[in-house]
Write a protein that binds this ligand. Sequence first.
Ligand SMILES: [Zn+2]
Length: 51
Amino acid sequence: MCEEATRMRVHCRDCSFERVVCAENGQKPADVLIDHGQRTGHTLAVERVEE
Ligand SMILES: [Zn+2]
């Protein structure tokens, strides 16, 4: 897994889609947002994972 500071949770407001991504692993939150949004037309939100 990645460090806390780089973990972002992407969740969809219109369905149960949710994914935690790592900013340092080449997988940016924006990529997940764009991918799901384009496929479904749903609205997504991203939040930083803090513990
Ligand atoms: Zn969705």
